[in-house]
Design a protein around this ligand. Structure first.
Ligand SMILES: [Zn+2]
Length: 590
């Protein structure tokens, strides 16, 4: 038998427990709403001060300031509206304007800064670099008092502008007359896709100003011309050459010598780049090293290599460039500018008169440097008896100088207009000769009859056209005229007559390159310069001899099999044809 315990409470209602519960609920009902009210009070009082409250604080500070000035308080501390809550997007939408300038709040004279030339914001912004013993506060102040003009806001100019703005160059000028394009963005990283069509100088200024609001940035949205150079160059202390064509390089050099400005010069192409500082500390100028405008095929020796890296506009388009090549050189250009402006000129490569050369594909030593020649006494602009004393009377036509002007001239009959070729390609089926994607071109073109006469007259003559594409193989592989022959310009210039003849005939059984006589070869490239060079050589090799044979009835030879052929240059290249195509995406070009 087991004894069971009685239930708690002995089965009676525990009134004391219920009373305690009721009191607890009552207290909770009383306290919780008050806590909620109290918490909401805290939240509402932690909001950002209103515009009126901010103005009230500023007025109070102003009174304190006047009082402190009367006490000759020397140490001040800047307080801006931003520190009191700032202007956000809602304020801007409501029409609230930011307060210009900073208000000064006097503080007790227990603190002193190293230099009154740098604000608290600048000290915070540049702190990590101005603690470098070689630079220091004095060097940072020199940077702030410097002005630098960057000519060209492209692949080189992008890192130059970004790093100079970030480092605190006091006044940064950015000059460029071009607009941002999608093909720029892989290397010109200061721009973005949304700014395509915007002037590059303006786009670069926007990016840099977001990076640093403490400096002055001026956008010069114009190409460098003699009159522009005369007006703008004197305003700056140091020039940075980030251009991509010899005309601008020579013009900038002459302006630099005439106005006595050092130039930090860079160039980059393919996987390579070069860097030097000229017209600095009695060193040579650009003309001292390159008295004549470079020829694109002159690549012998270190100076020739520099020539090869600085051909005419569009070099990156034709030769190709990896984005990090101008990026690497541009960062090094910015470094040279900081040394020249920051009082560290002894450490500049300009002081030792050396050129740094970079090859991104050289695994053993991607960087090397060579010592440059000294000033050339016969230099046209900085020599003992200069012939250039003004940008207006220079022997060079800075604007029109381009590789095309260095190429041999062709007779007018040796050119085909892009509209003529586009019309011809459009009216022939893709199996015969057409673009990779069928273009749509205007059905009636004014010069079509002229074209038919040039290529032999009538439909039969049109059928005898063969297109020779002299672009590099990598460009050809992306897109090309269907059934065209790829014969890169380097091969045309280096191969023998027999080799070229074999290429033009094409492999056995392939009609490509050996159409029935009379035949017209339309030679094409991207912009019309290389094709012009190719037509000149091919005419020298084949056409004149064929003409002679035709006239004199001479003995047949290798050239005789090309008898009656003509070589025609496509003016403006495939880019010009592309402008006749709608939509342009149907004919991609690289
Ligand atoms: Zn010179």
């Amino acid at each position: 038998m087991s004894s069971a315990s009685p239930p708690p409470g002995g089965g009676k209602v525990n009134w004391e427990l219920w009373i305690l519960r009721a009191v607890g609920v009552g207290v909770a009902l009383y306290i919780v709403p008050r806590w909620v009210h109290f918490l909401s009070f805290l939240v509402s009082n932690s909001r950002r001060p209103s515009r009126e409250e901010q103005q009230l604080v500023l007025r109070s500070l102003s009174i304190l300031e006047d009082h402190a000035r009367s006490k000759e308080a020397s140490i001040t501390h800047q307080i801006t509206l931003e520190e009191l809550g700032g202007i956000d997007e809602q304020d801007t939408a409501a029409g609230v304007e930011p307060v210009s300038g900073a208000r000064e709040m006097p503080m007790a004279p227990f603190w002193t800064s190293g230099s009154s030339a740098l604000s608290s914001a600048e000290v915070e912004l540049y702190g990590r670099q101005l603690i470098l013993p070689q630079l220091g506060v004095a060097g940072q102040v020199r940077l702030k008092e410097s002005s630098v003009l960057v000519v060209g806001a492209g692949g080189l100019g992008s890192p130059v502008c970004l790093y100079l703005a970030a480092a605190g160059i006091g006044r940064l000028g950015i000059m460029d007359g071009d607009a941002v394009a999608m093909t720029n963005l892989h290397r010109q990283v200061i721009h973005n896709a949304a700014r395509c069509g915007t002037n590059k100088a303006i786009s670069a200024k926007q990016t840099c100003q977001h990076l640093n609001k403490q400096i002055r940035i001026d956008a010069h949205d114009t190409p460098l011309t003699p009159s522009v150079a005369e007006r703008v160059v004197p305003q700056y202390d140091v020039l940075v050459d980030c251009t991509d064509n010899p005309a601008a390089r020579y013009l900038l050099n002459d302006a630099a010598v005439l106005f006595n400005k050092p130039v930090v010069c860079g160039s980059a192409l393919r996987w390579e780049g070069q860097l030097w500082v000229y017209n600095y500390r009695s060193g040579p100028c650009y003309r001292c090293l390159h008295p004549q405008p470079p020829h694109r095929l002159d690549q012998s020796g270190p100076e020739g290599l520099f020539n090869a890296l600085s051909p005419g506009g569009g070099a990156c388009d034709m030769e190709g460039v990896i984005g990090t090549a101008p990026g690497t050189i541009g960062v090094m250009q910015a470094m040279e500018v900081l040394k020249v402006c920051g009082g560290l000129g002894d450490h500049s490569i300009g002081a030792s008169n050396r050129m740094v050369m970079y090859d991104g594909l050289d695994a053993e030593g991607p960087f090397r440097s060579i010592r440059l020649r000294t000033k050339r006494p016969t230099c046209a602009v900085c020599g003992d008896h200069p012939s250039i004393s003004s940008l207006q009377d220079s022997p060079d036509d800075y604007i029109d100088m381009c590789p095309a002007d260095l190429l041999p001239p062709l007779p007018p009959s040796a050119h085909v207009k892009p509209s003529q070729l586009a019309s011809h390609l459009h009216r022939h089926p893709p199996s015969e000769a057409n673009l990779s994607a069928p273009p749509r071109v205007p059905p009636i073109l004014q010069d079509d009859n002229t074209y038919q006469q040039q290529v032999g007259g009538g439909d039969g003559g049109l059928g005898a056209v063969s297109v020779v594409d002299v672009r590099p193989s990598a460009h050809y592989a992306v897109s090309h005229v269907r059934h065209s022959l790829n014969l890169p310009i380097d091969q045309i210039l280096s191969q023998s007559k027999e080799e070229l003849l074999a290429r033009l005939r094409g492999p056995r059984g392939n009609n490509r390159g050996a159409p029935p006589s009379p035949v017209s070869y339309v030679v094409v490239c991207r912009r019309g310069n290389d094709s012009r060079l190719a037509v000149s050589k091919l005419r020298d090799l084949f056409q004149e001899e064929a003409d002679d044979d035709q006239g004199g009835g001479g003995e047949g030879g290798e050239g005789r099999e090309e008898k009656g052929c003509t070589f025609l240059n496509l003016q403006g290249g495939l880019e010009a044809v592309r402008r006749n195509v709608e939509p342009t995406e149907a004919m991609p070009l690289v």
